[in-house]
Design a protein around this ligand. Sequence first.
Ligand SMILES: [Zn+2]
Length: 170
Amino acid sequence: MALLPILTIPDNRLKVKAKPVANVDGRVAALMDDMLETMYRAPGIGLAAPQVGVHERIIVVDLSEPGQARKAPLLMANPRLILSSDEQSTYEEGCLSVPEVYAEVSRPAQVKVRYVDRGGEERELEADGLLATCIQHEIEHLDGVLFIDHLSALKRNMIVRKLSKLKRAG
Ligand SMILES: [Zn+2]
C-alpha cells in the first residue's frame, strides 16, 4: 500500500467532476486500499478520489476514532444517493482538503446510498447521523463540490484567502 498526496484548496483539481468507474478490478481495489491508508494516516474519516488527484467516482469512509482499531471501512465505487430525508441534521464539518477549517453544514439526516463495493458487488446502505453526513460530503467531492461551498460567499472567500496565504507562506 502507498500513501497518496492529498490536494488542498485552492487546487483546481478539486473542482473537476469525477468519471464513473467502469469496472471494480484489481487496480480500483488497490486504489481504494491506498486511499484508506492515506485517510487513516491523515487522520480523517472520509476521503474521495479527487482529493488525491484521481477523477474517478470512488470514496472511502470509516467513522471510528483515530487511533482506535478500525474495523469497518466502507469502500465505495460509483456511490449514489437514492433517497434523502426531508429532515435535516447539522454537523460541524472539516475536510482534509481544507485544512484547519471547521464549519456547521446542514444536510439530509437520513440517506440511502447505492454503490459497488471493493469486490464488485452492488450494495445499498441506509445511513443516518454522522455517517449520512460523511457519505454526502464525500459524494459531493466527486462532483467538485466542497463543504465550504455550503457556506456564504463571504465566509468561503475568507477561508480560501486565508489558506492561499498559508500555502504561499509554506
Ligand atoms: Zn472533504
